[in-house]
Design a protein around this ligand. Sequence first.
Ligand SMILES: *Cc1c(COP(=O)(O)O)cnc(C)c1O
Length: 348
Amino acid sequence: MSTFHLEKLVRENVARLKPYSSARDEFKDFHQDMVFLDANENPYNNGVNRYPDPQQITLKQHLSTVKRVPVDQILLGNGSDEVLDLLFRAFSEPKTDNVITLPPTYGMYSVLAATNDIANREVMLTKEFQPDVHAVLEQVDHQTKMIFLCSPNNPTANSFEAESIEKLLRSFRGLIIVDEAYIDFAEGESWSTRLQEYPNLVIIQTLSKAYGLAGIRLGICYASAEIIAILNKIKPPYNVNELTQKRALERVLDAEKVETEINFILKERDTLSKVLLQVDFVQHVFPSEANFILARVDNANKRYDQLIQKGIVVRNRSTQALCENTLRFTVGTPDENKKLIAALNELD
Ligand SMILES: *Cc1c(COP(=O)(O)O)cnc(C)c1O
């Protein structure tokens, strides 16, 4: 692997800055029965009158057990969107640096690049929706700080070949961000098992999809302890609120229920893939490793509008590269999927 120097990637002001030290950072021993008069809180207990744990230790400890990643290699954020934004702010210099993204993919990478004034070099996926590793590496220069890989990819629903990700991890001196929002629906295992091998590997997960907690906003980042320490320096002190920490913990402790739901969704996904293929105007159903299905239809705009008329909202992905005339269907409950299929079969 080409040599990796983390210190060369950190934005200069971030390397220099001294982080805000909150009351809860300065005194951490929550277990003792102490009188807390240090944070200007309202003393009357209503369950959330105290500031939340800025390091979310209890939640991280449980995640650490479930995901088998040490606590000091975990950072939590207000959704993965916050985690992604922290990565931009820590590791790229506005107006100077660039990142590489692989369309068609998740829209937030380019939005965050734009808000942070970082150039986004787009290298199209191949026709099989796989990274064109050679073309990606050709776009790399000294100012390239991060490459974003979404696997399983949104909206194409496939996972990227491990050899391609590995080749990029070995060849690139910057950070490889693997967004695993849909990993719990995929056959392959998480790249989190490879963190010790690759100091430039950053993995993003979320409780928004398989864990069914989109409403509480909890994003997860796994990386080396050094990378996590830098992100910790710039994260807002109380970025994960108390209610979110509580609900997330309950859910992480209820692994069985999560697994049951995932299995229901996987079963429905396979059924839905098959029946979609029998719909008249559906031309192709792409294989899925996620909780949604991308399908090519005769006329996506027309079919999208017709479905809206019938009260069913899907995602029209036609404007995305390589996705002409495609619709993206999230796998719903058996009842919702039946309604979808019935509606599709009624369209003319
Ligand atoms: C849904 C999704 C996310 C989740 O974002 P949150 O902010 O955690 O809800 C992240 N990445 C991809 C590719 C997604 O599709």
